[in-house]
Design a protein around this ligand. Structure first.
Ligand code: ZN
Length: 303
C-alpha cells in the first residue's frame, strides 16, 4: 500500500467512548504491545502538547510578550497564520517559534518514554509534528516519516525546486538579532534558484516541498505497511484529534477494518473515541497521554 492509498481512509463512523476502568484499558494496551511483532506509531499535536510543547497559555505568554503586544496574538498555532506586513516581520515571528519549539528544546521525557516502550520492536513512526522530537528521543531516523514538514527546514515559497534547506543556524542568528519583533532586512532568506521569498517547510498549501528525504521516508513507510499486513501489528496512535484526521486517524481505522491481525491503541486527552465495530481489537484511552504512556511503559517494560 502506498502513502496515497493509505490516505484514502474513511472513518468507520460508529464512534464510541469505551468504558473503563482506566487500569483495565492500560492492561489491554500492554497486552497488545507485548504480543505485537510490529508497531506503527501515529502521532499528532496532542502528543507534543502532552510532552510539554504547549502552544497557548503561560508557555505562549512567557515566550511571546512583545508579539502579543504588537500583534494581539493569542497562541502559537493561530500566530503561524498571521498576515505579517513584511518578510522581516514574518521571519521575526517564525525564528522565535522555531527557536522555542525546535532549537531550544531537548528530547522530552514523554517521547523518550515512548521510545523505551517500542525500541525492541519492529516499528515505524508516522507523525504530523514538525518539532523533531522523535529524532531527538532516539528513534531510528530511517523509521520516521514527518509527513507535514519540520521546523528545521525552509524552502522556496513557491516550491520552484524540490529542495529544503537546514535553517537552524539562521534561526539562531535571527533570534539574537530580532528587534521590535523584526529581523534585519539582510537576514531575510531568498530562494537561491528563483530569487523569490522563502518559507517554512510546513505543509500549508500546494507549494509544500517534498524533497528526496521526504520521498525516501514515504517509501520506507510504504514498505513497512506492506510487512504489517502479514504480522501481528499494533497501530499506536497518540494525540491525533479531528484537526487533520485524514492523515492518521481515518487511515488507521480503515487498516483496522481490512486487517484482522491489527490492533489499535488510541491515546487522546478527550477524543479517544473508537469505532464500536472494532470491538476488543481497539482500546481508546481518554486521559492525559503523559500519564497513559507512563502507565503503559510500566506494564510493557516489566517483562
Ligand atoms: Zn524559488
Amino acid at each position: 500500500m502506498t502513502f496515497q492509498e493509505f490516505l484514502s481512509g474513511t472513518p468507520a463512523g460508529d464512534y464510541i467512548f469505551q468504558k473503563g476502568p482506566y487500569e483495565k484499558q492500560i492492561q489491554s494496551a500492554v497486552s497488545m504491545l507485548k504480543e505485537a511483532e510490529s508497531v506503527l506509531i501515529g502521532a499528532g499535536a496532542g502528543l507534543s502538547a502532552a510532552a510539554g510543547l504547549v502552544y497557548s497559555g503561560k508557555r505562549f505568554t512567557d515566550n511571546f510578550p512583545e508579539f502579543i503586544e504588537k500583534y494581539g496574538m493569542t497562541d502559537m498555532y493561530s500566530a503561524g497564520f498571521y498576515p505579517f506586513p513584511s518578510e522581516e516581520a514574518r521571519w521575526g515571528y517564525w525564528s522565535k517559534h522555531v527557536y522555542v519549539n525546535r532549537i531550544a528544546v531537548e528530547a522530552l521525557g514523554l517521547y523518550k518514554k515512548l521510545y523505551e516502550i517500542i525500541k525492541e520492536k519492529d516499528y515505524f513512526v508516522l507523525t504530523t509534528n514538525a518539532d523533531h522530537q522523535f529524532y531527538k528521543a532516539g528513534f531510528d531516523h530511517d523509521r520516521i516519516f514527518a509527513t507535514q514538514g519540520d521546523y528545521g527546514y525552509i524552502q522556496c515559497r513557491y516550491g520552484c525546486h524540490k529542495k529544503v534547506y537546514d535553517d537552524v543556524e539562521l534561526m539562531k542568528k535571527m533570534n539574537q538579532a530580532r528587534e521590535d519583533c523584526l529581523i534585519p532586512s539582510g537576514m531575510v532568506p531568498v530562494c537561491p534558484v528563483c530569487g523569490g521569498p522563502m518559507t517554512m517547510n510546513l505543509r500549508c498549501d500546494q507549494y509544500f516541498v517534498e524533497d528526496d528525504a521526504w520521498h525516501k521516508a514515504e517509501a520506507g513507510f510504504g514498505m513497512f505497511l506492506k510487512e504489517c499486513e502479514k504480522k501481528k501489528t499494533v497501530l499506536f496512535e497518540l494525540g491525533v484529534g479531528f484537526n487533520t484526521p485524514i492523515i492518521i486517524r481515518f487511515p488507521f481505522e480503515k487498516l483496522m477494518q481490512r486487517h484482522r491481525n491489527m490492533r489499535l491503541i488510541r491515546l487522546n486527552l478527550d477524543e479517544a473515541a473508537v469505532p464500536a465495530s472494532l470491538g476488543k481489537r481497539a482500546v481508546g484511552i481518554n486521559a492525559d497521554i503523559a500519564r497513559s504512556v507512563e502507565d503503559i511503559a510500566e506494564g510493557a517494560c516489566a517483562g
